[in-house]
Design a protein around this ligand. Structure first.
Ligand code: GLP
Length: 243
């Protein structure tokens, strides 16, 4: 039996509002919460609501800490395609958070396995109150592609052709998309106290169906969320169309 609580919204705007309600509840209960954050286009609406609310005197992030899921290998934090840059541009620079309290893997570390170990040690000192996730069309979460072991920790991945093609829209050309990334593992993701996974659009419908109703299998990384005791999936009607 899937433990995932599913909320279906009429469109992306309502998805972002509902996601903000979940996030706001976590932060009101715990002003020094640790947030696990995600990149990709799907959480941008949620981040806009967080920014708007903070600017209007709502929730303060002064005591909040963040950890991000993943980062491309070979892109410096100032590269506008890096996930560090994405997070600053889409959220962190626009709320009252101390940037020293925000964490993401270092994609240009000289020793990548050592960087993964550093990140896992950091995660163990920062238990997440909530982890935001998007989902890939093939069911990947963060950069955990199909076949990733459920007990994986932070690791270096070779991105699949499918993911490279999907992410090429953010780059000048497909050739510019990095081939490797550092990603939090599935075990690390499951350690968050609460998971908030967001899916929008028809291209995610198959992945959403398999995540919620399919077999729990490493071939569909997001299906592991069926085993999480506190997972909310918010999908718009198109993404939920096969449920
Ligand atoms: C990338 C990210 C994932 C994200 C996925 C979907 O692969 N590493 O964390 O969930 O893209 O992105 P989008 O929300 O743009 O569809």
């Amino acid at each position: 039996m899937s433990n995932i609580k599913v909320i279906i919204t009429k469109d992306y705007e309502e998805l972002s509002e509902k996601a903000f309600e979940v996030m706001a509840e976590v932060l009101r209960n715990k002003p020094d919460a640790v947030l696990g954050l995600a990149t990709g286009s799907t959480p941008i609406g949620l981040y806009q609501k967080m920014i708007e609310d903070c600017k209007n005197g709502g929730i303060s992030y002064k005591k909040v800490k963040t950890v991000n899921l993943d980062e491309y290998v070979g892109l410096t934090p100032n590269n506008d395609q890096s996930y560090r840059y994405f997070m600053r541009h889409n959220l962190l620079d626009h709320i009252d958070i101390d940037l020293n309290n925000t964490n993401i893997e270092n994609g240009v570390a000289a020793d990548l396995p050592a960087e993964c170990a550093r990140y896992d040690a950091l995660l163990s000192t920062l238990p997440r109150d909530v982890q935001v996730l998007g989902i890939g069309a093939n069911g990947h979460i963060a950069f955990n592609e199909p076949g990733t072991p459920f007990d994986s920790q932070t690791h270096v991945v070779d991105l699949t052709e499918n993911t490279i093609q999907m992410n090429a829209r953010f780059f000048a050309s497909e050739a510019d998309v990095p081939r490797k990334a550092l990603t939090m593992g599935l075990k690390g993701i499951m350690e968050a106290k609460k998971i908030l996974i967001l899916a929008s659009g028809a291209s995610k419908a198959d992945a959403v169906f398999k995540t919620v109703r399919g077999e729990v299998t490493e071939e569909v990384p997001a299906s592991i969320l069926q085993n999480h005791p506190n997972c909310v999936l918010i999908a718009d009607e198109e993404a939920a169309s096969l449920l």
